[in-house]
Design a protein around this ligand. Structure first.
Ligand code: CTP
Length: 439
């Protein structure tokens, strides 16, 4: 008996898949189909597969072509499977030519011509298609444009440039480049905003009133009242309004929070966060705006937003206190403390340490681009290390979650309302220099 094996994601099962499976089966007597697990797809960069594993397996099974279905969960598994199942032929479509030649050592490798004109990526893009406009005056928008290419269904079509110097060539070649916000809004379904935070409220408000979905770099407003107004408008119009804090969307960061909430380090006593840089600030905000929302995220997500005291110490580059260089914010809670240090022009270890009664979580610098963390205990034999792939600094996941929220497929839970609002309050308070001790 000739055994054949083939692998794929089989998302939104289509004619190309069916033809491939039929021809694979015809190569032998017994066909094993490997369907990729969700986590495995994510690590290899396929981030927006629409159907969960169980549905994709059922769709392949329902065709009645496969004799056996296995789940592909890890890098290198193909070799294991070929040996374990005594496979004679490994086959995949011609889009993979050469890629699996190394399996010739274990069985025969056959590349079958790929069916032209159909793919899961195209089906996903057709199903979703959202025209995104970028708004603002930050170099960060260049990254949003670049990362949007990885999310099937989001197409960055335009830019409303409040300051053209921030943007690279790709941005200036977009379908629509304008300095008129209403013109951009007329041509898109959704916007990503990163401008001077003092302009955010008006920009978000205008977009919502034109019935556009909004992803706005945090803080989206500088008072709680403004935040209330924006979220109420979005809700009443059934529009998505999300905070852009890329770290919130990284898998490692989400997982470390789950471990803490599950009691792995006991009761949390302290959260210590540092974000600093010596980079030229051109096109970026002053450090409290640039880093503040990200740095406050673990504090508010882990300890909550109801602190009892706050002390802010800042060093400014000028007498008028217009530009901050380094700021330390201390928060006191009924049974915990937090310390946030942000700076540009000052360098420190950019790590995150969360201390608890049983142990602590250590996220090495730069923690805000985290793909790795450790849970450490008194007895080092109990220490655990966790790694989760992070592509595109979390931006592509942020865009994906935004897209899924627009399509009504997920509820936004990465930055909860109370955290989003508290960050606006803190940033607004600093903007007005309330209780800021000059150092
Ligand atoms: N395949 C094919 N013809 C197509 C699409 C896919 O022969 N038009 C084959 C692939 O070469 C692979 C198998 O079907 O051997 C499963 O492919 P999969 O990656 O699941 O499908 P794609 O449509 O290529 O998915 P994506 O667009 O996400 O890459």
């Amino acid at each position: 008996m000739i055994k054949v094996i083939t692998y794929g994601t089989y998302d939104l099962l289509h004619y190309g898949h069916i033809r491939l499976l039929e021809r694979a089966k015809a190569l032998g007597d017994y066909l094993i189909v490997g369907v990729t697990a969700d986590g495995f797809d994510r690590t290899r960069g396929k981030i927006n597969v629409q159907q969960p594993l169980i549905e994709r397996i059922e769709a392949v099974r329902a065709l009645g072509i496969a004799d056996e279905i296995v789940v592909e969960e890890y890098e290198g598994q193909k070799i294991d499977d070929i040996i374990r199942y005594g496979v004679d032929i490994f086959t995949v479509g011609s889009d993979w030519v050469g890629k699996f030649d190394y399996l010739n050592e274990y069985c025969k490798v056959v590349y079958l011509p790929r069916t032209e004109g159909v793919s899961s990526s195209e089906l996903r893009a057709e199903e979703n298609r959202i025209r995104l406009g970028l708004v603002g005056e930050s170099v960060f928008l260049n990254k949003i444009e670049r990362e949007s290419h990885f999310v099937n269904g989001i197409e960055t079509v335009g830019l409303c440039a409040l300051n053209k110097d921030c943007f690279n060539e790709d941005m200036l070649k977009l379908e629509l480049v304008t300095d008129q916000y209403d013109k951009l809004l007329d041509n898109v379904d959704a916007v990503f905003i990163k401008a001077d935070p003092a302009k955010h409220y008006e920009l978000v408000k205008t977009a919502l009133s034109e019935r556009k979905h909004v992803l706005c770099e945090s803080p989206m407003a500088l008072t709680e009242k403004e935040w209330d107004d924006l979220t109420a408008t979005a809700k009443s119009e059934n529009l998505v309004l999300s905070d852009g804090i890329k770290t919130a969307y990284s898998t490692a960061y989400s997982r470390l929070q789950l471990l803490i909430k599950s009691g792995y380090i006991g009761e949390v006593m302290s959260v210590d966060v540092t974000c600093t840089s010596l980079d030229d600030l051109q096109g970026k905000w002053d450090p409290v705006y640039e880093w503040g929302p990200t740095a406050l995220l673990p504090v508010f997500q882990i300890l909550g937003t109801k602190y009892s005291e706050k002390h802010v110490y800042s060093h400014f580059s000028d007498k008028e206190m217009a530009h901050d260089v380094f700021t330390k914010m201390d928060y006191v809670y009924p049974s915990a403390v937090a310390s946030v240090k942000v700076g540009n022009g000052v360098k420190s270890e950019g790590d995150l340490v969360i201390s608890g009664t049983k142990g602590y979580v250590y996220v090495p610098a730069p923690w805000w681009k985290t793909d790795y963390f450790e849970v450490r205990y008194e007895n080092t034999a109990n220490n655990r290390r966790y790694f989760y792939q992070l592509d595109g600094e979390g931006i592509r996941y942020e865009l994906l979650v935004f897209l899924q929220a627009i399509k009504g497929k997920t509820r936004q839970h990465y930055v909860k309302d109370q955290v989003s609002k508290a960050i606006c309050k803190e940033m607004g308070s600093f903007f007005r220099r309330e209780n800021v001790h000059k150092i």
